[in-house]
Design a protein around this ligand. Structure first.
Ligand code: ATP
Length: 375
């Protein structure tokens, strides 16, 4: 079932929580609502669910206006951050609850309910736990049961509000993969709220980035990551290094720091955004780039090495980060206190005259003279 949000605005007293939101959630897809605290994600989810009403706009399910429909008539499954299982009911009874509560004319027989509960327990890989009470389950198990309970009545729409927020990192990761697999098998239309960019990018087919009650960008995860359309989205998707300066004759300068911008015509104030894996370290400046740094810290984190750098003789509002492989690190051993220079591979240039950035590529010939000396 597709969901369309058409011109939704929502006020709490004088405060406008949602500002003219229009969006489409495609049938059978998993969409993430991503944004910082207070951006309006939960409010939008609750309006779609029918738990909250909007001052302006409509909600359409498969083209029909459901704005006036009560939550119980919208055929939706919910999962919230705090499991909200019924404590006095067993796992099996919790899962059966939605089916047992249906009006007599729609309620399946006792045997059908038993069979459905067994099927859902298999699906959440907890068949042996039907007779336990919620207090006897781990957080991850409780959240699986909450999901099974939400799916018992076979809703066409599943809404999840920070479903993994209260769980530790490892369990979160397992549950994410499991939810993705479940979704691929059953194809319900899902919307989940998160403020975790990694979770949104890993799990969803479409990501809606929200800020202050507005939509900043809607895209598939890979496109969103490759082409953030605003400074806000860039900052929200992980660490980014920023060189703020002025462009003259194709060179961006700030004090003694400079970098040539191939094929860029702009002049005036600009900010170059460079991600940690889009830059490299070299031992000396090259003709196209002179970005000196002092190494502040080196962290050997999991699959890569992260080097933190303080600009030397020029200003940046944050430390810079460069990511490298363990192999590269072992060869060059950049150490705390050393002076190194950054050269970029790909950058994203924001100027005064456009909201969206221009992508800048430095082809290998730009820095040919560094061949062999770079990390
Ligand atoms: P979080 O990630 O912290 O849950 P969110 O993006 O889901 O944030 P919402 O819960 O939708 O944000 O809240 C959006 C804004 O509306 C916030 O500024 C919040 O304080 C305000 N708000 C939400 N519910 C109410 C309410 N019932 N009364 C007054 N203000 C509210």
């Amino acid at each position: 079932m597709s969901i369309v949000v058409d011109g939704i605005s929502k006020y709490f007293g004088n405060f406008q929580a949602l500002r003219d939101i229009s969006l489409e959630f495609p049938e059978g897809k998993l969409t993430a609502l991503l944004g910082p605290s207070g951006s309006g994600k939960t409010t939008l989810l609750r309006i779609i669910a029918g738990l909250e009403s909007a001052e302006r706009g409509r909600i359409l399910f498969d083209g029909s206006d459901v704005s006036g429909l009560h939550v119980r008539d919208r055929d939706i499954g919910f999962v919230f951050q705090h499991y909200a299982l019924f404590r006095h009911l067993t796992v099996g009874q919790n899962i059966a609850f939605g089916l047992e509560s249906l009006p007599r004319s729609e309620r399946p027989s006792k045997a059908e309910i038993r069979a459905r509960v067994a099927e859902l327990l298999d699906m959440i890989q907890l068949p042996q736990l039907a007779d336990r009470f919620p207090s006897q389950l781990s957080g991850g198990q409780k959240q699986r049961v909450a999901l099974a309970r939400a799916l018992a009545t076979k809703p066409k729409i599943l809404l999840l509000d920070e479903p993994f927020g209260a769980l530790d990192a490892k369990v979160r990761k397992d549950l994410r993969r499991w939810l993705r697999a479940l979704h691929d098998e059953f194809h319900f239309t899902s919307i989940f709220v998160t403020h975790d960019q990694e979770e949104a990018l890993e799990l969803s087919d479409q990501v809606v980035v929200m800020s202050q009650g507005r939509i900043e960008q809607v895209d598939e995860p890979t496109d969103l990551y490759a082409r953030p359309e605003s400074r806000f989205v860039f900052d929200f998707l992980g660490h980014v290094n920023v060189l703020s300066g002025s462009v003259q004759a194709g060179v961006l300068k700030q004090g003694p720091a400079s970098v040539r911008l191939p094929r860029i015509q702009t002049t005036g104030d600009a900010q170059l955004y460079l991600r940690p894996h889009e830059v490299r370290l070299v031992a000396k400046p090259v003709s196209g780039a002179d970005l000196p740094f002092r190494i502040e810290a080196v962290s050997l984190i999991g699959s890569g090495v992260r080097v933190e750098l303080r600009p030397e003789g020029w200003e940046s509002n944050d430390l810079w980060e460069v990511g490298m492989s363990h192999g590269e690190f072992a060869r060059h051993r950049p150490a705390r206190g050393d002076r190194w220079y950054v050269i970029p591979d790909v950058g994203h240039l924001f100027t005064e005259d456009s909201r969206k950035p221009q992508t800048v590529y430095w082809e290998p010939p730009e820095f040919l003279e560094t061949a062999g000396s770079g990390i």
